[in-house]
Design a protein around this ligand. Structure first.
Ligand code: ADP
Ligand code: MG
Length: 303
């Protein structure tokens, strides 16, 4: 189990993380979310042992994670970290980059493992391709496979799918997180993409103003977003009578006490996002068809 206790950290006296505490059990997938600059990457780096804490403790089972002041070599065998900026060996092929991290002692096993990992990141067709000729997204996938090569007990992923295009993203995400679950590898993933969280993470931790604003199962935070910041992570929302109401929770009805004037309809595929005005304040709701500008409709909150 990962146990982060009262972690406090600053860069040259500028506070970044204050009193952060959470636990991650073996095999759990924990998502760290927060706005850009909220300290997600820093938290992962600190857990990896890249920096010394101002205060607090980090344990992986009975091992205390220590920073460079106490540890000559950064990093531990049981933990792997894939940074936002990844370092690979460009002149080597995809399989060589991954194979570098596997023992040469059992060549057959090495071959099998390399192929397995390349399949997890869906790069089988590029096994023999030199990394320097790959796209940013493909390189990111090689970095992921390489981190998994030595079968860590815990992996820290910093926005692991950020460079990967939408065509590949969904299937790759499922493949990687499925693999981590199968191997019972604990995963801490920093992300600002709700698709990395919903249906995949066991718990999410929201960082805001150096602190943990909330931590719970995604289902719980989605259903009851305590603050607009949390709601904004999940999608378009409104504040109506001091209550947070998602766009999909407002519906057009024949008559109600919420009268809306349509401003604009945005095509979203299987629905339209409608921008409207209720009592001069802007609201968003979802509707199956386009609504014309200046039309009058009644809406109702259905939670
Ligand atoms: P996130 O990953 O959530 O975008 P970061 O952890 O990268 O956030 O950054 C958190 C804060 O720490 C930001 O204000 C950033 O400018 C600052 N910061 C990040 N890295 C360093 C560094 N090496 N030295 C000083 N300040 C840093
Ligand atoms: Mg970051």
């Amino acid at each position: 189990m990962l146990n982060v206790k009262n972690l406090t950290f600053s860069y040259n006296k500028i506070p970044v993380l204050s009193n952060v505490s959470f636990k991650a059990k073996k095999g759990e997938n924990i998502a760290i979310i927060g706005e850009s600059g909220s300290g997600k990457s820093t938290l992962l780096k600190v857990i990896y042992g890249e920096y010394d804490l101002d205060n607090g403790q980090i344990f992986w089972n009975d091992n205390r994670i220590l920073g460079p002041k106490f540890n000559l070599v950064v990093g531990y065998d049981f933990m792997k970290y894939v940074a936002q900026e990844f370092e690979l060996m460009p002149p080597l092929s995809v399989e060589e980059n991954i194979g570098k991290f596997l023992s040469n002692f059992y060549p057959e096993e090495k071959k099998r493992r390399t192929a397995e990992l390349i399949e997890v990141v869906e790069l089988t067709a590029f096994s023999k391709t030199k990394v320097k000729t790959l796209s940013g997204g493909q390189k990111q996938r090689v970095a992921l496979a390489r981190a998994l090569a030595k079968a860590p007990e815990i992996i820290l992923l910093d926005e692991p799918f950020s460079h990967i295009d939408n065509f590949k993203k969904q299937s790759l995400r499922r493949s990687v997180f499925k693999y981590l679950k199968e191997k019972n590898i604990t995963c801490i993933v920093a992300t600002h993409d709700k698709e990395d969280v919903l249906g995949l993470a066991d718990k999410m931790i929201v960082l805001h103003e150096h602190k943990v604003l909330a931590q719970d199962m995604p289902q719980v935070l989605f259903k009851n977003p305590k603050t607009p910041l949390i709601a904004s992570f999940f999608g378009e929302f409104n504040i109506i009578n001091n209550d947070i109401v998602y766009a999909h929770q407002l519906q057009v009805v024949p008559k109600s006490n919420l009268k809306a004037i349509i401003i604009k309809s945005y095509y979203k595929g299987h629905y339209y996002l409608i921008e409207a005005k209720i009592n001069n304040s802007k609201v968003f709701f979802e509707h199956p068809t386009e609504l014309k500008k200046d039309a009058l409709v009644f809406v109702e909150i259905s939670k």
